[in-house]
Design a protein around this ligand. Structure first.
Ligand SMILES: Cc1cc2nc3c(=O)[nH]c(=O)nc-3n(C[C@H](O)[C@H](O)[C@H](O)COP(=O)(O)OP(=O)(O)OC[C@H]3O[C@@H](n4cnc5c(N)ncnc54)[C@H](O)[C@@H]3O)c2cc1C
Length: 273
């Protein structure tokens, strides 16, 4: 497999931007396209490039950004009084067009028990209008495939779909491997530009009542062997990330060949820990 070249940010940069348009691209995914002169310099690396997104609070007209230097943004952020502190959430670059300085961000539209959209970022995405201001703090990429990897295993729920999409677009064409991608509904599946040697298995919940990530984990557990020289990337609900890594490790994949990240936490997972 060809070597993957990439950079991680030395100095995470903050980029201010505004909303250009927003649209529902599938039943569970709302795409917000943002732009701005500062975004021209966003050092997009492809793969699962992610960032911290800062949003104004519902009662605010403007975004209050923390003053920060280098990687030290958290303390200045916390120093902002709570009722003025912007909401901060983590998102992946779903698409980036440097010529027009446009970035797409795909927000999972998640709902509470009453069916109402929940989550401040998801609510913001579904209500935002052109001109709305925001900022992104570059965090680089998590995908960390060793140069000697003979194949990849990528497992994700819908919060990892933008990451999966970006990784598949960025991988060398001679990459071989397997993707297990969970989505809430059949219509949330999308065409993926994967190298020909990478197979994609979609897992669809279709209202079966299970928590996001459960189906992808079940599918991953059907794997009974894995090449010890592979590399795995497992992201999504925290149980999927943790138990997916455990399963792959039991099959013989070393922990340093597995990137795993809990992208969100279901209440039951949070209560169990
Ligand atoms: C590196 C990284 C990249 C990510 N990329 C993306 C991305 O591109 N697109 C994306 O949609 N998410 C992505 N996520 C996940 C996203 O950060 C979380 O889902 C986040 O909680 C959403 O913020 P919120 O303000 O909408 O919800 P919060 O205010 O954080 O949560 C409110 C409630 O909603 C629940 N909740 C949060 N997310 C979900 C969900 N997806 N399904 C069901 N319930 C949920 C929480 O458990 C909580 O009870 C990423 C996370 C990481 C760490």
């Amino acid at each position: 497999m060809a070597k993957i070249h990439r950079l991680t940010p030395q100095q995470p940069g903050m980029f201010r931007a505004h909303v250009l348009r927003a649209e529902r691209i599938s039943p569970s995914m709302h795409r917000v396209t943002v732009t701005g002169t500062e975004l021209k310099d966003f050092p997009w690396q492809g793969y699962d490039h992610w960032f911290r997104l800062f949003l104004r609070l519902p009662h605010q007209h403007t975004l209050h950004l923390p003053e920060f230097s280098g990687p030290h943004w958290y303390q200045p952020y916390l120093a902002i009084p709570e009722d003025e502190r912007p909401h901060c959430a983590n998102y992946s670059v779903a698409g980036f067009r440097p010529d027009t300085a446009e970035m797409d961000i795909d927000f999972v539209v998640h709902r509470g028990r009453d069916g109402e959209i929940e989550g401040r970022a998801a609510i913001w995405a579904c209500q935002t209008q052109p001109g709305d201001t925001l900022a992104v703090l570059d965090q680089g990429i998590l995908f960390d495939c060793p140069p000697d990897a003979t194949g990849v295993v990528i497992v994700a729920d819908e919060t990892g779909l933008p990451a999966t999409t970006g990784i598949l677009r960025s991988l060398p064409q001679d990459t071989v491997g397997r993707v297990i991608q969970e989505v809430p509904t059949t219509a949330d599946r999308r065409p993926l530009e994967a190298p020909p040697g990478v197979s994609v298995t979609w897992v669809v919940r279709d209202g079966d009542g299970s928590v996001g990530g459960t189906g992808a984990l079940r599918e991953l557990r059907r794997l009974t062997s894995v090449d010890a020289t592979s590399y795995a990337f497992v992201v999504g609900e925290s149980t999927l990330a943790r138990e997916g890594r455990r399963h792959l490790n039991r099959l013989g994949l070393a922990k340093n060949r597995i990137t795993f990240s809990g992208f969100w936490r279901h209440a039951a997972s949070a209560a169990a820990s």
